[in-house]
Design a protein around this ligand. Structure first.
Ligand code: FAD
Ligand code: NAP
Length: 509
């Protein structure tokens, strides 16, 4: 039986989608294609869609899962130029898909949702928006909201670098006007962004001062060009693309065991650690440098990065790798805890993102007038990262505990989206004005994740953006993508309560 596409009176809910990155795009496309619903509006803060791939334009920016997996399953791209496509190509893919589904005409660019409030008496969300081009403000009344605001979006700029008096910028806000040629450049941070930036700029700059607080596990990246023959086979020979897509997906899924700390998975993890160790040994001949770049924590606890040019770049003569803490920043000089000082021309901050406080206080007011950020703090209580007991009719995409350390998050976005679509269809079928997850269903999910995380490397003794300040892993799903999909393949009405449109009475579903 197909999904119900309208209420009994033939109407459809009004939907607000916040954000036009992969999440917002997926929500819009699925509403159109699965529910034939076009009563939606997308609000996008920036002047273009793309989200991550619009804002991160730093040299070397590319995806770190194979491109064939970093695309919507329903929109295969046969034209990826490489195994791991670059930022521009991913953005082009997003634009192409958006044009195909006419998303541009649904997006209100440069328009930020500044506040969203659930109004029980209306059974609607009231969303305040501001257009930053015109200064115009207004409100939208929406029956349903999709929140696709992105977990890796707000640059984290440590206060100590405010004192730097030369040009400085974060990797997500790359300064393309600054010519790096023959300059002395400082790069702070050693996560995935820095690991892509350093090889891309090393040959241009005169001196690269690299500041690493903790080393990262690196595995090799074979980034080959997709030949014309491959593209032809993908496009014209039945199942070739699908087969390759599935093989790549399952290859990534199979690596999940390396992230488990259970005794039966120890050999897999040890083999993976040995491979990372041999790769480091093979790529860096200098013993001192190798020691500096050797992580002191269990593999996978922080994001593993794929790169074949990072170690060779750090071994170049014009690079100094500093592992002492930066204790002082004055003028354009950085002073370290070992007493050394480096004067530089510009500062690149590859210092990551605010991941725990993306919902700023005052942004979301849920049921009973509660500020969601205050209710959750750094410990979100959601139902599979998709919705919560405090936010009726609101669906989060790439929400808490839906990130991954081993595969493409686009699968998670799509799966969450499918579930939200089933929930909306259910609402229309049962003539409900609102639907919300029960507190028990949310608690069961959060408790289960916490318990299962005890057997995974992400909660071992290291600090990463996956965790909140108390060390609890709030960003990641604990298992395979397939497991997530299996749990969400059917809408489980017993985990929700709803309100009938006509009577305003609450029902267990
Ligand atoms: C440099 C980089 C590389 C990455 N590489 C990979 C990878 O290789 N593989 C992988 O699986 N993941 C990767 N990720 C994670 C990546 O963020 C996700 O894969 C995906 O792009 C997230 O899409 P999204 O739509 O959920 O969020 P985003 O892409 O962040 O989009 C969110 C959008 O919402 C808008 N927005 C936010 N708040 C508001 C508001 N209040 N009002 C209006 N609009 C708003 C933003 O402007 C933005 O356009 C990477 C992340 C970064 C930073
Ligand atoms: N496709 C890709 O390859 C790709 C590229 C970029 C980003 N991403 C995604 O985005 C996530 C974030 O990556 P990211 O590299 O931007 O951020 P990140 O992984 O959080 O790394 C931030 C780095 O900055 C360092 N740092 C932070 N504050 C510092 C300070 N005050 N002084 C010195 N160092 C400081 C951190 O050190 P500590 O480690 O010691 O805290 C860390 O090395 C990734 O995990 C990945 O999911 C993917």
């Amino acid at each position: 039986m197909g999904l119900t596409k309208t209420y009994k009176d033939g109407t459809t809910p009004t939907v607000c989608i916040i954000g036009a990155g992969f999440s917002g795009m997926c929500a819009a496309i699925r509403l159109q294609t699965q529910l034939n619903l076009d009563t939606y509006t997308i609000f996008e803060l920036e002047p273009e869609l793309g989200g991550t791939w619009w804002s991160n334009t730093y040299p070397g920016c590319a995806c770190d899962v194979k491109s064939i997996n970093y695309q919507f399953s329903f929109e295969p791209n046969y034209e990826w130029s490489k195994t791991y496509a670059g930022q521009q190509e991913i953005l082009e893919y997003q634009r192409r898909v958006a044009k195909k589904y006419n998303l541009y005409e649904k997006i209100r660019f440069r328009t930020e949702i500044t506040h969203a409030e659930w109004r029980e008496e209306l059974q609607q969300w009231v969303l305040d928006w501001t257009n930053w081009n015109t200064g115009e403000t207004g409100q939208m009344f929406a029956d349903i909201v999709f929140s696709g605001m992105g977990p890796l979006r707000i640059p984290q700029i440590p206060k100590q670098f405010d004192a730097f008096e030369g040009p400085k910028w974060h990797t997500a806000q790359w300064n393309h006007d600054y010519d790096l040629t023959n300059k002395r450049i400082a790069v702070v941070g050693s996560g995935a962004s820095a690991i892509q930036v350093v090889p891309a700029i090393v040959d241009k700059v005169k001196k690269l001062e690299f500041y690493q607080r903790s080393a990262t596990y690196i595995v090799p990246r074979r980034n080959t060009n997709n030949s014309a023959l491959w593209k032809f086979l993908f496009k014209y020979v039945p199942f070739v693309h699908l087969l390759y897509y599935k093989l790549t997906y399952w290859a990534s899924e199979s690596t999940i065991r390396a992230f488990s700390t259970k005794w039966q998975h120890t050999p897999t993890r040890r083999i993976a650690m040995f491979l990372a160790w041999s790769y480091r040994f093979w790529q860096i001949r200098d013993k001192e440098l190798r020691k500096k770049l050797t992580p002191n924590y269990i593999l996978g606890c922080r994001r593993i990065v794929v790169s074949s040019d990072y170690f060779p770049a750090l071994a170049k003569k014009n690079v100094s790798v500093h592992t002492a803490r930066i204790t002082d920043v004055k003028g354009t000089t950085l002073t370290l805890s070992d007493g050394s000082q480096q004067e530089v021309d510009a500062l690149v901050l590859a210092t990551g993102f605010h991941t725990q406080d993306i919902l700023s206080e005052g942004l979301l007011t849920g049921k009973n007038g509660h500020d969601i950020m205050k209710v959750w703090g750094q410990d979100p209580k959601t139902y599979y990262g998709i919705t919560s007991a405090e936010t009726p009719n609101m669906f989060f995409l790439l929400g808490p505990n839906t990130g991954l350390g081993h595969n493409s998050v686009l699968f998670m976005i799509e799966t969450s989206c499918e579930y939200a679509i089933m929930a909306i269809a259910h609402m229309m079928e049962k003539d409900l004005s609102s639907i919300q997850a029960t507190p028990k269903a949310c608690k069961d999910f959060v408790d289960e994740v916490e318990e299962k995380m005890k057997g995974m490397v992400w909660s071992s003794d290291c600090k990463s953006w996956y965790q909140n300040e108390q060390g609890k892993v709030t960003a990641l799903w604990w298992s395979t993508c397939t497991h997530y999909w299996w749990r969400l393949r059917k809408f489980r009405h017993q985990h929700f309560v709803g309100i009938q449109r006509s009577t305003s009475r609450t029902y267990a579903l």
